[in-house]
Design a protein around this ligand. Structure first.
Ligand code: ZN
Length: 278
């Protein structure tokens, strides 16, 4: 069930929202990025890695959303990292007694029983401006940006030409903006520019959800996401195939996400323009 996408890099794709867990082979074991969603999938992943003689020596969560913060006891007790801002957001959102019940309320009812929340969000923030994940394996560059969530990080495994994009550059999801941010549109556009700067080094793109892409897909998806964000900004119809009726998630919730983003941004704009001159 592990699929090799580049030298030393394997992925497991979950049935849930095509979520990709990424395994990077190191010298004494593997780095596991966004481990997965369903308990039995994570347990099977742990077994596969054990059979390969590759214990998990470190983990990384690309951003502070529940589907990227899970863990399974069988994956072991290695350090789990995120950016400082990601970890601070997790602390702020998940440290109260009601947090797990709240998260359970965000999970689709048909799978909630299969998602183990006991080790949710136990991540260590790397000091701000940390350039690379501290571990014994190929260098993994942290490309932090504010777009989808606070402290979101894409990871570039330079020697294998792999970009792990977190919840950016998906072929099945439209850009989902951090609507709590001061300027979600400009943040997203800046993040796309940042990823564009790294695109020349990328042969394989692994999004948090959706299909793995080759080098040509990096720029194509950046362009597609930019066009969507421009359409949102200009309150235009996006004409984006990912929210069309034949898209993977085009039937129910993704068009709803689009509508909510559009409404949220329109409301903001109205507030801005009706402020008294000062
Ligand atoms: Zn996600």
């Amino acid at each position: 069930m592990l699929r090799r996408v580049a030298e030393g890099v394997l992925i497991h794709q979950s049935e849930f929202l095509q979520s990709n867990a990424v395994v990077v082979q190191g010298r004494a074991g593997v780095l596991l990025i966004d481990p997965g969603v369903l308990g039995d999938e994570m347990a099977a992943l742990a077994n596969d890695l054990r059979e390969l003689g590759q214990p998990v020596v470190a983990g990384f969560s690309t951003h502070p959303h529940w589907d990227h913060l899970l863990w399974h006891a069988r994956l072991g007790a290695g350090p789990r990292y995120g950016t400082a801002r990601c970890a601070a957001t997790v602390r702020a959102r998940l440290s109260d007694a009601g947090a797990k019940a709240r998260v359970a309320g965000l999970i689709p009812p048909d799978i909630v029983e299969q998602v183990p929340l006991d080790l949710l969000g136990l991540i260590t923030g790397l000091p701000a401006e940390t350039a690379r994940i501290p571990w014994d394996g190929p260098q993994v560059r942290i490309i932090e940006h504010q777009a989808h969530a606070p402290g979101h990080a894409a990871l570039l495994i330079e020697e294998h030409g792999v970009l792990v994009a977190g919840d950016m550059l998906s072929d099945v999801f439209i850009p989902m903006l951090d609507l709590n941010a001061a300027d979600p549109i400009e943040d997203y556009l800046a993040a796309l520019r940042l990823l564009e700067g790294a695109a020349g080094d990328v042969d394989v793109l692994v999004p948090g959800h959706g299909s793995v892409g080759g080098a040509d897909q990096v720029r194509a998806r950046i362009e597609q996401d930019r066009a969507y964000v421009h359409a949102l900004r200009d309150a235009g119809a996006p004409g984006d195939p990912r929210v069309g009726p034949s898209a993977t998630f085009g039937k129910d919730w993704l068009p709803g996400v689009h509508e909510r983003q559009l409404q949220h941004l329109e409301i903001r704009l109205r507030h801005k323009t009706t402020l008294p001159n000062s």
